[in-house]
Design a protein. Structure first.
Length: 197
């Protein structure tokens, strides 16, 4: 499965980077995630519960970061296991580009899945992955509004963003690569049994 997209963020490139590298923020923003924990240099263990169509499973996986170029970009590889439900693995490239409105986050994901999840059909898997990605971005944007209200104040007055943070994020400090890693990890796990990634 291949997936790509971009998202405009009202925060600065550095603020987004810091948030995406915070395990607590990733855990809060990734749907169904109950664990994001450092397991080595540039490596994280992730745990999450996923449901795609009739298949539900608890997934455990690993995310490894490489080609790290703070605060602009990094590449991550991931692999996840969901027992009989299936498995997934893949890679993603994430880029943060500063602009007049804050920064733009772009990502490209390549993933493969196997097991029961793969039998659900590409359409269902793609739909679940896109839905999870959208949910993640909403939660992340809500967390950024909570952490950096000054970055959103002018946009709220202009009606460009909601006055209330969305997504129910409550933990502070989500570094960019962690967020993206988690988001990509979640997407890949969802594509795997969901991702994801």
């Amino acid at each position: 499965m291949d997936m790509q997209g971009s998202r405009q963020l009202a925060v600065t490139q550095q603020q987004a980077w810091d948030a995406l590298n915070d395990p607590a923020v990733l855990k809060t923003c990734i749907p169904g995630c109950d664990k994001v924990q450092a397991s080595g240099e540039n490596q994280y263990a992730i745990g999450m519960a996923l449901k795609i169509g009739p298949v539900s499973a608890k997934f455990t996986g690993k995310i490894t970061l490489s080609d790290i170029n703070p605060p602009a970009s990094y590449r991550l590889s991931f692999e996840g296991q969901g027992g009989p439900a299936g498995f997934g693995k893949g890679s993603a490239a994430v880029t943060l580009t500063p602009d007049a409105d804050g920064c733009a986050l772009s990502y490209t994901v390549n993933a493969t899945v196997g097991g029961k999840i793969a039998q659900l059909g590409q359409r269902l898997i793609d739909g679940a992955a896109k839905s999870m990605a959208e949910d993640f971005f909403k939660r992340f944007d809500g967390e950024m509004q909570r952490q950096h209200p000054e970055s959103y104040a002018a946009k709220m007055v202009m009606g460009e963003v909601d006055a209330e943070p969305v997504g129910g994020a409550h933990n502070a400090g989500v570094p960019m690569w962690v967020w993206v890693g988690a988001a990509v990890g979640v997407l890949l796990l969802a594509l795997v049994a969901w991702w994801s990634r």
